[in-house]
Design a binder for this molecule. Sequence first.
Ligand code: HEM
Length: 225
Amino acid sequence: MANIFTSSIGKKLIMSITGLFLILFLILHMSLNLTSVFDASGETFQAVCDFMALPIVGIMVPILAAGFVIHIIYAFILTISNKKARGTQRYAVPNKAATDSWSARNMFILGLIVLLGIALHLTDFWAKMQLADWAGGEVANPNDLMAATFGSLYVTILYVVWFAALWFHLTHGFWSAFQTIGWNNEKWFNRWKWIANIFVTIIMFGFAVTAIVAHCRVAGYCCCC
Ligand code: HEM
C-alpha cells in the first residue's frame, strides 16, 4: 500500500498541508505587525509582542518550527525525486514549460531565497527577543528593533525583495496546495489562481507597508504616519 511519507502524492500532500499552515501563521503575523503602522507611539505593538511572549503562546513555537522544517525537508525530497524521474529531460511532459507559470518552474530557488530571508529576519528580531529571553539575556524592545532594522534603506529594500520572492512562492504554493488536496475541478482551476493572487497580495502588501512606514518614520519622511 502506498505510504503518505513515501508516495509522490503523499509527499505533495504533506507539503500542501504544512504550506497552508505556514500561510495561516503569516496572516496572523502580518496582522499583528500592522499594529505598528496604526499606532505610531509603538505601545500597541509592544503589547502585542508582550502577549506573544507569554508561555501559553510560546507552546506554538515548536509547532511552527516543525511546520517549517517538514515543509523544507519535503521540498528537497520532492525536488530530488522529480529530477530523478525526469532524467536528462528538463520536463517530464514536453510542453510542461509552456503551461507552467514562472513561479511554478522556480519554486525551489524561490524557496531558497525565502529561507535566506527568514534566516536574516530571525537574526534581526527573534534572536534578540524570544531567544534572548530563553537564554536569560536582556530582551530587546521591539520598537527599537523596528527602528534599527528599517532605519537602513538597504535593509528595507532587502526585506521588500524578500517579500516579492515570497509573493511568487506563495501565489503558486497556495493555488497548488488546493490542486493537491483535490479541489481542482475545471470550474475552480482558474478561480483558485485568482483567490491565491488576491489573498497573497494582501498579506505581502501588509508586510511591505509595515517595513516602509517604519523606514519613513526613522528617515523623517512621515508627516502623517
Ligand atoms: C515587516 C515585516 C515583518 C516584521 C516587522 C516582523 C517582526 C517580527 C518580530 C518583532 C518578531 C519577534 C517576535 C518575538 O520574538 O516575540 C518576529 C518573529 C518571527 N517572524 Fe517576523 N516580521 C516580519 C515579516 C515576517 C515574514 C514575511 C515571515 C515569514 C516568511 C516572518 C517569520 C517570522 C518567524 C518564523 C518568527 C519567529 C516566530 C515568532 O516569534 O513568532 N516574519 N517577526
